[in-house]
Design a protein around this ligand. Structure first.
Ligand code: ATP
Ligand code: MG
Length: 591
């Protein structure tokens, strides 16, 4: 059982809005045809069995990151909580940047996080590009009703006449063209009669509006470009601000949740959907947009464009490099879906922006795995320990069997087996020839317990020509084997972990640190590449206990004293184990 299951969910302003809408029956009379469509399509259908509809609408132009996990958790979570449905929608209205690779990875990420767009046997998986026909039809309707016009001014002219925060804009000379003329121009645009940038279709609202987004925003532009879904059918494409509200309305979304940067677009969202509903094209009641502050995580970049740059310029080993904040990267690093959902839930949902500490990801991981990850011993930086009186204590036996619980509080998970032998691997820093103050581990004359094994007393060490320690010597104290009567008679202050030279498995251990040195690597338009941490990946050759011989890719463990590790999903193999450190046992960040 994961930690997230019993955690009660804190309330937030979106839950209040939804609860109010449910109490007032705002959407109770809404119809839904089972598929997206216009007003007539839905009007003929029964009442919508879903109490609310939300959506997760990524643009398939990159891999999803931790910020998207927040949006996914929020949108799918709200739908699940209020007996609603969340649609998975690709916002693929931009012809140039989108690729199937991204579509596949996004679908995979949402499912891996534990969510589904399937409800009552229906897959609510949609592509905004399938709505191009309706969007065009709506554009013609806006023209005919006098709500849109084709502007032939240059981009510079349009910019110059838009005004600014203190100055109202001025009307375009094309603004009062008759609908028939606008319609003819739009059809020429559609039919490929004009080059890119020659003209745009603009909504006709108010050039003096205090909200610059209402000063006749462009809604269609010419772009002679092939689209991954519609091919060469279109050479005009809708602007995002025009497309998005229509996508929501066709799908009968009730609560359209987005990040704060779209707040200024909400008046246009409302204008467009009200206007198209009045014209009879879209169903009512229409969707409403609500904004929340995006998730920012320290030491992390959440911009697909910048993450792509890290990949393209090979600062990392790919989209799924375990240092990447992408879902595939976090997954490969060893984060669980439960831990990511828990972290997103704890980060809260509000209107006030802020930064979430990277450590909260690790805290969530520990909370999730502490109760369920199998334990194991591993030595990351090996030093040989020779037990010099082995034959006196154990006679002719070459090894002495030991066992330990797979999990200290869950006996049902069974036991691990390994053995002591005359030579062991211990951590290099568990020995000090001259102990610093407060050091309770191995130094000449001191006794420690080998965890699950025996008490040993250090007698000295061997060194090479350069003075580096190459082996530690110790003698076994008889009758101290863990679990045998009287084993605790010899008191020690230190316990160390170890593996047997005879039965440990050599392993590659990838130790990751933060990818950036600064908590806000791209704040204030700074060049985030300057902040890259050159020591973010360290590869150690160590040893793990033999119980890990059966570990499979993605299996997660707590290496005692060291932290949580995962068998690498790409490179781990039975004969050649590779483990990634997901997180240490305690917060060591910034220390
Ligand atoms: P990017 O700038 O990284 O490309 P985006 O917002 O353009 O991100 P989209 O594919 O448009 O990416 O995002 C899909 C959804 O995820 C949107 O609703 C968006 O608001 C949301 N989202 C993106 N980043 C975050 C974030 N950091 N926190 C919360 N939600 C986010
Ligand atoms: Mg975007």
């Amino acid at each position: 059982m994961s930690a997230s299951a019993d955690e009660s969910k804190p309330s937030n302003f979106l839950r209040h809005i939804i609860e109010r809408d449910l109490a007032e029956g705002t959407y109770a009379q809404r119809h839904f045809a089972g598929t997206p469509g216009d007003a007539a399509h839905h009007a003929a259908a029964p009442l919508d069995p879903a109490r609310i509809r939300t959506r997760f609408p990524p643009e398939p132009n990159g891999y999803l990151h931790i910020g998207h996990a927040k949006s996914i958790t929020l949108n799918f979570g709200l739908a699940a909580e209020y007996a609603g449905v969340c649609h998975m929608r690709f916002d693929d209205t931009n012809p140039e940047k989108e690729e199937q690779e991204y579509v596949d990875s996004i679908l995979d990420a949402v499912q891996w996080l534990g969510f589904s767009w399937r409800a009552n046997g229906v897959d609510h998986l949609y592509y905004a590009s399938n709505y191009f026909d309706f969007m065009y039809r709506a554009a013609e309707a806006l023209i005919q009703a006098g709500h849109a016009y084709v502007d032939e001014q240059s981009a510079e002219q349009m910019r110059a006449t838009r005004g600014d925060f203190v100055t109202p804009g001025t009307n375009s000379p094309y603004r009062d063209r008759a609908p028939a003329e606008n319609l003819a121009r739009l059809r020429e645009m559609r039919d490929g009669k004009h080059p890119d940038g020659a003209m745009v279709l603009r909504a006709k609202i108010d050039m003096a509006s205090p909200n610059i987004n209402l000063r006749d925003p462009a809604i269609y532009r010419i772009k002679h470009a092939e689209h991954h879904n519609t091919g060469n059918r279109w050479c005009i494409y809708p602007m995002y601000t025009y497309a998005h509200p229509i996508e929501d309305a066709l799908e009968q979304i009730t609560h359209s949740v987005c990040t704060l940067e779209f707040e200024d677009q909400r008046p246009f969202y409302d204008w467009l959907l009200d206007t198209l509903a009045t014209l009879g094209l879209l169903a009512q009641p229409r969707p409403h947009q609500y904004e929340f502050a995006r998730l920012n995580v320290t030491y992390v970049i959440t911009s697909k464009r910048k993450l792509k740059q890290l990949v393209d310029e090979r600062h990392v080993d790919g989209w799924d490099d375990p240092r990447m904040p992408t879902i595939v990267g976090l997954r490969r690093r060893g984060f669980t879906p439960e831990s990511l959902r828990l972290m997103c839930e704890r980060a809260g949902t509000s209107k006030a922006g802020g930064w979430t500490d990277y450590a909260s990801l690790e805290v969530a991981l520990r909370d999730d795995l502490e109760g369920r990850a199998a334990r194991a011993m591993a030595v990351l930086d090996p030093l040989r320990l020779e037990l010099t009186n082995w034959a006196e204590v154990f006679g002719s036996a070459s090894t002495e069997p030991c066992h330990a619980p797979a999990h200290p509080h869950r006996p049902e998970l069974g036991e691990r087996r390994f053995s002591l032998g005359p030579a062991l691997w211990i951590e290099r820093d568990d020995f000090a020839e001259v102990p610093p103050k407060g050091f309770f581990r191995l130094f000449p004359g001191n006794k420690v317990r080998l965890k699950y094994g025996v008490v040993v007393e250090c007698t000295g060490c061997e060194k090479d020509a350069s003075g580096a320690v190459t082996a530690v010597h110790a003698k076994v104290i008889p009758d101290t084997k863990s679990g045998t009567p009287g084993a605790d008679a010899v008191k020690v202050k230190g316990t160390i972990t170890w593996v047997g030279v005879h039965d440990a498995l050599p392993a590659e251990l990838r130790l990751y640190d933060r990818l950036f040195k600064d908590p806000q690597p791209d704040a204030g338009g700074r060049d985030f590449l300057q902040s890259l941490n050159p020591h973010s990946k360290k590869v150690a050759r160590g040893y793990v206990e033999p119980s890990l011989a059966g570990a499979k890719p993605d299996d997660k463990f707590q290496f005692e004293r060291h932290g949580y590790f995962v068998a690498d999903r790409h490179d781990h193999a039975a004969g050649a184990p590779v483990f990634n450190r997901t997180a240490t046992l305690k917060d060591s960040w910034g220390k």
